[in-house]
Design a protein around this ligand. Structure first.
Ligand code: PEP
Ligand code: MN
Length: 266
């Protein structure tokens, strides 16, 4: 309880942002060329605050594309040098944290499978101590609000000031409309616990298909979310991960220009 109050106090310094925070880019870094092509289009549109790309991919089962690994870090550095956009990637181990910091990645996010494990989040928090980065904490795969809050507290207690939460929905068994159920009450509960904490919606992982992305993005805006994380790939149908849910840069631009009104912007 005390830690929670203390964390609340320190997060008051996280000022509300004047415009929605936009994190956009491919699910995975696949090649330097793919990153630069996607990034140059996003940079031209000037709406993206952080360019995202997964370097290490947590795959549910082995045998799928597990990310390019360390070789992709200089690609992200080049994106930053050439476009001026800040960069973001997922970290799941202390080695990921040290490597990403070495290459000047501006924002590290903790993925849903990692947030579900307090040992892992504590190790990451320890590795982050003293670092000057933005840290995003995705909700855990299971709908456990306290686990999400606990991971945020661990990062805050490690002295990280710039923290955001990312709502990416919750897994369920069986056929459902969404890849991950939004269960909006959970992020709204989190907002109530820590009003100063920015909460970003990730409609790509909630939807699981690009047609539903605008609908979920619009819903999150109406609910007062502070921004969006959206997967954008220069050639989504050829993507090595999450091909069905990534937008082309053009569709992303239409979505942003249309204030997320409806799927006709795709
Ligand atoms: C991702 O952002 O590509 C990802 C793997 O996210 P999540 O942890 O939400 O599944
Ligand atoms: Mn993805």
């Amino acid at each position: 309880m005390e830690a929670q109050v203390e964390s609340k106090k320190s997060r008051k310094q996280t000022a509300a942002r004047p415009h929605p925070m936009i994190i956009a880019g491919p699910c995975s870094a696949e090649s330097e060329d793919q990153l630069l092509r996607t990034a140059s289009k996003l940079a031209a549109d000037k709406r993206t605050d952080f360019f995202r790309a997964g370097i290490w991919k947590p795959r549910t089962r082995p045998g799928n594309f597990e990310g390019v690994g360390n070789v992709g870090l200089p690609w992200l550095q080049r994106v930053k040098e050439e476009t001026g956009m800040k960069t973001a990637t997922e970290v799941a181990t202390t080695t990921h944290v040290y490597e990403a910091l070495k290459y000047g990645i501006d924002c590290l996010w903790i993925g849903a499978r990692t947030t579900a494990n307090p040992f892992a989040t504590q190790e990451i928090a320890n590795a982050l101590r003293g670092a000057n980065v933005t840290v995003c904490v995705k909700n855990p795969v299971n709908p456990d609000p306290a686990l999400w809050l606990g991971a945020i507290e661990r990062i805050s207690d490690a002295g990280i000031k710039d923290i955001m939460a990312i709502h990416r929905g919750f897994s369920s068994y069986g056929k459902t409309r969404y890849r991950n159920m939004p269960q909006w009450a959970i992020p709204l509960w989190l907002k109530k616990q820590i009003p100063a904490l920015p909460i970003i919606c990730d409609p790509s992982h909630i939807a699981g298909n690009r047609e539903l992305v605008p609908h979920i993005a619009r819903r999150s805006v109406l609910l007062g979310f502070d921004g969006l994380m959206i997967e954008v790939h220069n050639d989504p149908s050829e993507a090595l991960s999450d091909a069905g849910q990534q937008l082309t840069p053009e569709a992303f631009e239409r979505l942003m220009a249309g204030k997320f009104r409806n799927s006709s912007y795709l």
